[in-house]
Design a protein around this ligand. Structure first.
Ligand SMILES: *Cc1c(COP(=O)(O)O)cnc(C)c1O
Length: 400
């Protein structure tokens, strides 16, 4: 693979505002005037480059943000959405029709799992959930009806790592689309460069990074993005999960500092994971050599951004997990909250919260135990100090 420098690609994009502003102007309009009726007709037909029709289709600020995210992922094009789920559901509905099947990782975001398991059957679309780290198991689940291979680069919440090149080879062999949710590893991994057809992010998490909005994006070929925006049969256009221009503007500004934030999240998470492991705790972090997918991840990694900010700790029982989270919040070491990518450390027990859509027996089978705490490690300036304070919480509760 040729070297790819996503942060430089973002940095090179220069958008000026209407009056020479250093940030692009927000077009605060849902509809746009035309000087001639003919141009309006051509725009409807998709033949008037640079003309805007209606903001559910596109708007200047959403195009700027989309372009920056396409540059980051190294795809031809992109389109932002109102949420990560807005992006995911649109992509699946665009690619699959009644009778089609999906082979998906079984450890995926709870909302995506619920959509595939509980809603897609209503439209005649079936999903096989598999252990994505075993390529032979993935291949065995593919049949003549399969249209999509679906995974997360680093899975939520178990931090399993998908071998994207291996999956892309399978997708090519069976003529499938490989769709990758890269929410946990922006900049660190560029799935399209490894052969993924479609890359999705929940912008709500690391990319925006300030826990003040939800948002999503689909990064893909120009052809697929045009399909999604088609006024007659495009899922993004017709389902209407459109991002607001004001939000697109604030997310674009936050994207400018993503590279600095990712390095700090990764630095802090690696430090804590290393210390926790030395303490004999059951910690899972893909940056540790003990992680089963450490080698696979290292091969895909843009090293300078590190292994990301997510780690899990299994403290044995739900009661202990809850006590630890409450005490850490009390000591201001983080917040007991779902979501990720904030400046502050966030923690939650995924079995009872973000993965509660997954039935209990399936949670047990995939290793989603009761005492598991998912951490999104924050941007703490002095992580050694944070570690010391976390450790004293654990000693107090008899976990250490
Ligand atoms: C949060 C999340 C989503 C859903 O995104 P929303 O912006 O909440 O709709 C999808 N995938 C992953 C991996 C997530 O963490």
């Amino acid at each position: 693979m040729e070297p790819f420098h996503p942060a430089d690609k973002i940095q090179d994009l220069q958008y000026f505002g209407e009056f020479g502003g250093v940030n692009p102007s927000i077009s605060d309009s849902s509809t746009y005037t035309f000087l001639s009726a003919k141009t309006m007709f051509d725009t409807f037909e998709g033949n008037a480059e640079g003309c805007y029709l209606y903001s559910r289709h596109s708007s200047p600020m959403n195009l700027y943000l989309s372009q920056a995210l396409a540059a980051m992922e190294g795809t031809e094009s992109a389109n932002v959405a109102a949420s990560g789920m807005g992006a995911i559901t649109s992509v699946i509905m665009q690619l699959c029709h009644a009778g089609d099947e999906i082979v998906s990782s079984r450890t995926i975001y709870g909302g995506t799992y619920a959509f595939m398991k509980n809603m897609l059957p209503n439209w005649g679309i079936k999903t096989h959930f598999v252990d994505i780290t075993k390529l032979e198991v993935v291949e065995a689940a593919i049949n003549a009806q399969t249209k999509v291979l679906y995974c997360e680069t680093v899975s939520n919440p178990l931090l399993e790592v998908a071998d994207i090149e291996g999956l892309a080879n399978l997708a090519r062999k069976y003529n499938l689309k490989l769709v990758v949710d890269n929410t946990f590893s922006p900049l660190s991994v560029a799935p399209a460069k490894l052969g993924a057809d479609v890359v999705i992010h929940s912008l709500t998490k690391f990319i925006n990074g300030s826990s003040d909005t939800v948002g999503g994006v689909v990064c893909a070929s120009q052809e697929f993005i045009n399909d999604l925006k088609n006024v007659n049969n495009g899922a993004m256009m017709l389902f209407g999960a459109t991002m607001d221009s004001l939000r697109a503007s604030s997310i674009l500004k936050n994207l400018r500092t993503l590279h600095i934030r990712m390095k700090q999240h990764s630095h802090n998470a690696l430090y804590l994971a290393t210390q926790f492991e030395k303490d004999g705790l059951k910690v899972v972090y893909p940056g540790l050599e003990s992680h089963p997918s450490h080698a696979v991840y290292s091969k895909m990694l843009n090293k300078e951004y590190g292994f990301g900010g997510m780690l899990t700790l299994d403290v044995g029982t739900l009661d202990r997990a809850n006590a630890l989270m409450e005490l850490m919040q009390h000591r201001n070491l983080g917040y007991l909250a779902v979501s990720l990518g904030f400046y502050k450390t966030l923690f939650s027990a995924p079995g009872t919260s973000t993965s509660s859509e997954i039935p209990l027996e399936e949670q047990i089978e995939m290793g989603l135990t009761d005492g598991l705490i998912r951490f999104s490690i924050g941007l703490d300036n002095d992580i050694e100090r944070t570690y010391g304070l976390m450790k004293s919480c654990m000693i107090e509760l008899g976990i250490l």
